[in-house]
Structure formats: structure tokens, C-alpha cells
Ligand binder design. Structure first.
Ligand SMILES: [Zn+2]
Ligand SMILES: [Zn+2]
Length: 347
């Protein structure tokens, strides 16, 4: 089969490799679409310790069951279109006992520890199949749209903590694919204002074009003042950081009202993660600050339902499409910060 093989940072080669086959409990999927995540780009640029070359990355997978090994649930039969949850729990730790697989102390993940979706076929390990990671999708759902379920599931994990209510004023830092998905969710939940900030006019233009909310470019200015001015001087009920800039975490806390929820959705560089916080501000104003990491199975099911609806222009989120042969070109587009979502057509 054809696959984009990762040999190390900036060394991805499209090659012919052996096609996997399904042993007991395993499933082989014909990958149809695999969308490119920010972490795929980071692995391409810098590498990652649990991604040991040569291997295949890619975890935002939508495909068709090609072969199901013995003992696999009859629902996961050949010909069925499915998506796949990324994280595989160890099955033993306290978090796995609670079915919080994304928080497992020693989780493994598809497209990291196991070969992923930038290939014609991908093998889903037995532990993932048994955990329920293969999720059938409606036959009529476009595979390209289905490839957006994984990133949306991560957003829904963060939104669970944020708990936005109709009429809330919402602030999103970062107009990348994740920031836009959050804006779409907040709009769908009936927020009276969704404000998205970024330092790129090109990215912010997508927010307006998709009708997701208002925008403010904070490049070169006092972000807090600029955002407050753009928001008519009123602060926000929910705020979320969907970028890796530490100062926006501090800004988020300066821009929220009493009883606000603040989600630090994205991680920041690990050499400088400490932020001084006025804990009295949190105490007297009943502010809640949350983190979230990846997603769990229920978030995939929620995301699948949301992706199937047409009240959000999901198809427009995909701004770039490449064949598997052009994998390196796809990474170049993402590194240049162009567009929203880039999807690889593995057919
Ligand atoms: Zn992803
Ligand atoms: Zn575990």
C-alpha cells in the first residue's frame, strides 16, 4: 500500500509499504480521508518522543472497514464507514476504570504509538477496538466531514467545562481551526456575542466569512483594551484560549465577568508555563478556570451528531485538500498558516 512514512523531522517520504492485515480483535480500515492536526505538523517539524520513526502519523481518520478480525463486534463489518477515537487507555489505571481514557496514566494513541492514517490502510489495535474506538457513521455522511469529528470532539471536551449558556458573551483567543470550531459551538449554543481574536487578518476573515462571530486583530496593541473596546466595554461570561501564547491566558482572566468560566484549551511551550494569578480575583468573583486534554468517547459521539447537522458550515472549514502523494506540500501549507483545515485524500 501507499503511505506517507515519517523518517524524522522534515523527512516524510511517500512509499510503498506492506499492507496491514487484521489479527484477532483487530480491524483494518481503508483510509478515505485523514485531516491534518496541529500536532501532526508539530511532529513533522520537531518530532515527538512517542513517535518513533519510521512510522505513519495522522489520527483524524475517516474510512471504511476493510477487514475485521475474529471476535470483532458485528457492527464493525466490512463496508461500514467509520471514524476512530485516537487515545487507547491501558485499561488498568483509576482513570481507565472510570472510562476517562484521555486521562489514562499510560495511554497510547493512534498516529503516535501506532501507525496512523496518512496511508491507504490503517490497522486499529485490538485494545482500541475493544474500548469502542471505532465509531460507525451514518452512510450518507461525507467522509471529508467525518474527518473533522476528532478535532471537534476535543473542542467539546473543553466546552463541557465552559458550559456556555444562551445569552452568554463569549471570547475565543485564536482563529485557527480549533478556535473557529469553538466559535461555531458557542454560536450554536446561543451566545449573544462571540468575539474571536488573533493577530492574523487572514484567519480572522474566515470567522466573519463563516458567520461565526465578531473579530478583533490585537497585533501590536494592548490586547485587553482593544478587545474590551471592540466588545462595547462589557466583559465576557466565558473565555477560551485556543493558541499557545501564555499572555492570552492572563488576558482572558482580565476580560471576564463575575461567575465566568475560563478554559485554557491549548497547551503553551513547556519551558515557560507558570502564570501569576490574582487568586482573590478568582475568589471574590467566583471565577472558574479549567484545563482539558484531548477527548473521550462520549465527545466523539457528540461531535458526530453535531457534524451531521447543517447549521454550521462544516464543509467550508476544509480549505485545502491534497492527495497522499502530496503530503509534504500539505505540511508546507499548514506551516505557512494558510487556510483552516487541510485534509488528505487517501483514496
Ligand atoms: Zn487532532
Ligand atoms: Zn489507564
Amino acid at each position: 500500500m501507499k503511505a506517507a512514512v515519517y523518517y524524522g523531522p522534515r523527512d516524510v517520504r511517500v512509499e510503498t509499504v506492506p499492507r496491514p492485515s487484521a489479527g484477532p480483535g483487530e480491524v483494518v480500515l481503508r483510509v478515505r480521508r485523514c485531516s491534518v492536526c496541529g500536532t501532526d505538523k508539530r511532529i513533522f517539524t520537531h518530532g515527538q518522543k512517542n513517535v518513533v520513526p519510521p512510522t505513519i502519523t495522522g489520527h483524524e481518520i475517516a474510512g471504511t472497514v476493510d477487514e475485521a478480525g475474529s471476535g470483532v463486534d458485528a457492527q464493525i463489518a466490512a463496508g461500514r464507514n467509520v471514524i476512530v477515537a485516537t487515545v487507547v487507555g491501558c485499561g488498568k489505571c483509576i482513570y481507565c476504570q472510570r472510562k476517562q481514557y484521555n486521562l489514562c496514566d499510560s495511554f497510547t494513541a493512534l498516529g503516535y504509538d501506532y501507525a496512523g492514517g496518512f496511508a491507504e490502510y490503517v490497522k486499529i489495535p485490538a485494545a482500541a477496538v475493544a474500548q469502542g474506538n471505532i465509531i460507525p457513521i451514518p452512510p450518507a455522511m461525507a467522509l471529508e466531514r467525518a474527518a473533522l469529528v476528532e478535532p471537534l470532539s476535543c473542542c467539546l471536551n473543553g466546552q463541557e467545562y465552559l458550559n456556555a449558556q444562551p445569552g452568554d458573551r463569549a471570547l475565543v483567543f485564536g482563529a485557527g481551526p480549533i478556535g473557529l470550531m469553538h466559535a461555531a459551538i458557542l454560536k450554536a449554543r446561543g451566545c449573544s456575542l462571540v468575539m474571536v481574536t488573533d493577530v492574523s487578518d487572514e484567519r480572522l476573515a474566515y470567522v466573519r466569512e463563516f458567520g461565526l462571530g465578531r473579530t478583533v486583530n490585537t497585533a501590536g496593541g494592548n490586547a485587553v483594551e482593544m478587545i474590551l473596546k471592540a466588545a462595547g466595554g462589557e466583559k465576557f461570561d466565558v473565555a477560551l484560549t485556543a493558541n499557545s501564547v501564555k499572555s492570552t491566558q492572563a488576558d482572558a482572566l482580565k476580560l471576564v465577568r463575575k461567575k465566568a468560566r475560563v478554559c485554557f484549551f491549548a497547551g503553551i511551550p513547556k519551558d515557560d508555563p507558570v502564570l501569576p494569578i490574582d487568586t482573590n480575583f478568582i475568589h471574590y468573583n467566583e471565577i472558574s478556570v479549567f484545563g482539558c486534554f484531548a477527548s473521550n468517547l462520549q465527545h466523539y459521539h457528540q461531535a458526530l451528531e453535531m457534524i451531521g447537522r447543517d447549521d454550521i458550515p462544516w464543509d467550508r472549514f476544509v480549505t485545502h485538500r491534497f492527495k497522499l502523494d502530496d503530503m509534504v506540500k500539505a505540511f508546507a501549507v499548514i506551516e505557512a498558516g494558510q487556510g483552516i483545515k487541510t485534509v488528505i485524500d487517501c483514496e
